[in-house]
Design a protein around this ligand. Structure first.
Ligand code: UDP
Length: 340
């Protein structure tokens, strides 16, 4: 197979590329603005890379969509701080640019694996989110956090409408707080605009306080990236067309924990690390208001737990990596990177 990945240097893109090149005879065609996570793939003869921009390199995009068997448009801004600071930028990239790619996939009747998001379930109070049943619940317009959720939801609906009319073939996958090596850059975390796990790791390194937004009682299910990639590989394999025109949650419901618990576990793992167990001081854990941390456009999600019945049934997939192990591997990888 020929797999086309936009955003191939991103968190999911580069992990998926490494797995494809390491375990199959498939080729990967990838585009990204950067290459810093791709060092292990760049020399592989089955990896074809263009350093480019999806808003500019239109000919390359069309040519490769026509040529490839499966397309993963992974380019997106996916950090809550950006949703409130730059909602128009999120719309332009996450919605408009990706819509252009979807239109090309329709033109050539291609197979698309589209990264929907657990964020589309929004503030649903269902104890477990089910792909084909749960209501998608967002807040008022002034709460700009929801622009990402809405962009993704509308693309989900556009892709679904095309797919069920035979214009393309799709699988929408919904990652639930995937974590792992190279999740976000430590530099963005040092500026304070990262996802929670990287943010806390950067604070631990800088000896700055870990901030629990509104007390940190809100819960997430952290999913180790290798487990997520296992599921994506099964979706790519698509045995007996099992994923054709399906929406699939990819998350680990057993790894549910509150943000406060997360802070305590990461701090404990950091304090046990050989390079840090004798540090003279460690970060404190403090409480901050959502307003002061994110600004007035923010609204939080209190629980977000996937039902993975469908992934288990369609893919025969169950995540294997527990919470502490996922966080340990992630933290250790960041510490190594920081040493370099
Ligand atoms: N959060 C926090 N402190 C931080 C960063 C995030 O308490 O330094 C909280 C945030 O309010 C949210 C949760 O951690 O409730 C997860 O945030 P993340 O940015 O990872 O994305 P989300 O899961 O909300 O999409």
């Amino acid at each position: 197979m020929k797999i086309l990945i936009f955003g191939v240097n991103g968190f999911i893109g580069h992990h998926l590329t490494n797995r494809i090149l390491g375990t199959t005879d498939w080729s990967v065609y990838g585009m990204d603005l950067g290459v810093d996570r791709l060092s292990t793939s760049l020399d592989n003869p089955r990896f074809h890379f263009l350093e480019g921009d999806i808003s500019i390199n239109k000919e390359w995009i069309e040519y490769h969509i026509k040529k490839c068997d499966a397309i993963l448009p992974l380019v997106a801004i996916a950090t809550p701080k950006s949703y409130v600071e730059n909602p128009v930028g999120v719309f332009n990239l996450d919605f408009e640019m990706n819509l252009n790619i979807i239109k090309q996939c329709v033109k050539y009747h291609k197979r698309v694996l589209f990264p929907s998001t657990s964020e589309v379930y929004g503030a649903s109070t269902d104890p477990e989110f089910k792909e084909d049943e749960t209501f998608l619940v967002v807040g008022p317009i002034q709460k700009e956090r929801w622009i990402y959720s809405c962009c993704k939801q509308l693309l989900d609906r556009v892709i679904y409408a095309h797919g069920t009319r035979g214009d393309l073939e799709f699988t929408l996958f919904r990652p639930f707080n995937w974590v792992g090596p190279r999740l976000d850059s430590l530099d963005t975390a040092k500026e304070g605009s990262s996802r929670v796990v990287t943010q806390f790791i950067a604070e631990l390194l800088m000896k700055h306080p870990l901030s629990l937004v509104d007390g940190g009682g809100q819960k997430r299910c952290f999913t180790y990236v290798d487990d997520g990639i296992d599921a994506l590989m099964k979706i790519l394999e698509n045995k007996d067309d099992c994923c054709k025109n399906q929406i699939i949650n990819i998350g680990n419901p057993h790894n549910e924990c509150s943000v406060k618990e997360l802070a305590c576990i990461l701090k404990k793992i950091f304090m046990e690390h050989p390079d840090h167990k004798s540090d003279p001081v460690y970060s404190e854990i403090v409480e901050v208001s959502a307003g002061s941390f994110y600004g007035k456009g923010y609204q939080d999600i209190y629980t977000r737990k996937p039902s993975i019945e469908k992934a288990q049934k369609l893919l025969g997939w169950t995540p294997a990596t527990g919470l502490e192990e996922s966080l340990r591997k992630t933290l250790y990888a960041f510490l190594e990177e920081n040493e370099r």
